[in-house]
Design a protein around this ligand. Structure first.
Ligand code: HEC
Ligand code: HEC
Length: 312
């Protein structure tokens, strides 16, 4: 008994100083020269069969916080995808990629949109052929990769370096965590509530998500359909039905619409549904307001590599 009590006390004293959310570092390591090539490729429809769809077509970095604001993505030849487009901002902090977490690395992730029927629909050989006819890219790759022939591998490598640079530091919340900014009472109460209600048990770490697989419908059952892009599709295990990689909440006021199927238009609704399905109750009007006020403090700055080129 006494020992258990002491252990509880010990754990409690550890957790007092422990913050479940960490600020985005102001600087992160990446290769700037490669990332600059990646930035060009990311915005260039040369990587799509119809020369129309670039990565930026679905992941708009300036106006849409790295998303497309469509419920379901649309790409090559206006073909509709299956799920809502997640943001590319701060992806380097996620432990897996895609709603179902099927990609373990950013390199692995990129192959899908490039080859994807409803995304860019192109082969590795076509990309190499196009780029090797392009004098400007040839010059750039020669300078950075020291080669006369551009390979698909280098293309992927450059885009991944660019993705690594896509962080949004210095949000008001991060500045608050570092003691550089004061939040309003509402915003602070919102963060307290976020912890108290248990949102934090799934949405934590640097990205307030992106670091574990969890269920939607933990307390109240959420409708399940075989076409859901959930973990079940990968593992076939019953308990993986309606389990997703937890979506990160950075810049969340600007990555609407919400949920894997883009079915939820407003942040207020997304938060209310979360409380209902995963905590088992509806929030009071005031609680909802506080939580949303807190979530809005998570909007960060443009990354260094995009600065001075327009507003997000
Ligand atoms: C047609 C729209 C479209 C295009 C074009 C597109 N994407 Fe995506 N992207 C998506 C969708 C939809 C998903 C989620 C797919 C899923 O979860 O099954 C996604 C997921 C991602 C993710 C994973 C994010 C995360 O945290 O899980 C990254 C990174 C990404 N895309 C980068 C890129 C890059 C780089 C390109 C260009 C080579 C690109 N995308 C082209 C729509 C698009
Ligand atoms: C048991 C884990 C868990 C808890 C607790 C939880 N969430 Fe979630 N949250 C998830 C999962 C999983 C999703 C993805 C659901 C989907 O797309 O179908 C999600 C989605 C969201 C989204 C939409 C994100 C997007 O990009 O579409 C928001 C906003 C959100 N949660 C906020 C909250 C808030 C606020 C709370 C507390 C009231 C909370 N969550 C509690 C696991 C959790």
């Amino acid at each position: 008994m006494v020992i258990t009590y002491l252990i509880v006390l010990l754990l409690a004293s550890f957790s007092i100083g422990y913050e479940a959310v960490q600020p985005i570092p102001e600087r992160v390591p990446y290769d700037r020269e490669k990332a600059e090539i990646g930035k060009l490729l990311y915005h260039d429809p040369i990587l799509a069969k119809d020369r129309r769809t670039s990565c930026a077509y679905c992941h708009d970095l300036y106006q849409k916080c790295g998303t497309d604001h469509r419920p379901i993505a649309k790409g090559f030849g206006d073909r509709k995808g299956k799920v809502n487009t997640p943001t590319v901002y701060n992806v380097r902090f996620n432990f897996r990629f895609f709603w179902d977490g099927r990609a373990k690395t950013l390199r692995e992730q990129i192959l899908e949109p490039i080859r994807g029927f409803s995304e860019m629909n192109i082969t590795q050989e076509e990309i190499e052929e196009r780029l090797n006819k392009h004098d400007y890219y040839k010059k750039l790759f020669k300078k950075v990769y020291g080669t006369d022939r551009i390979t698909f591998d280098m293309v992927v490598d450059a885009i991944v370096e660019f993705e690594k640079a896509l962080i949004t530091p210095n949000s008001r919340f991060d500045r608050y965590l570092r003691g550089e900014e004061v939040l309003s009472e509402k915003e602070k109460e919102g963060y307290k509530l976020f912890k108290k209600l248990g949102c934090i048990s799934c949405h934590n770490g640097i990205n307030l998500g992106g670091n574990s697989f969890q269920k939607i419908g933990l307390v109240k059952p959420y409708p399940w359909h075989p076409s859901n892009p959930d973990r079940y599709r990968i593992t076939g295990r019953e308990f993986d039905k309606n389990v997703y990689r937890v979506p990160p909440l950075r810049n969340i006021d600007c990555t609407h619409p919400y949920f894997h199927d883009g079915s939820v238009k407003t942040l207020e609704n997304a938060v209310q549904l979360m409380a209902y399905y995963n905590l088992g109750f509806m929030l009071e009007e005031e609680e909802l307001e506080l939580l949303v006020a807190f979530l809005k403090t998570l909007r960060g700055e443009l990354p260094e590599i995009l600065k001075g080129e327009g507003e997000r």
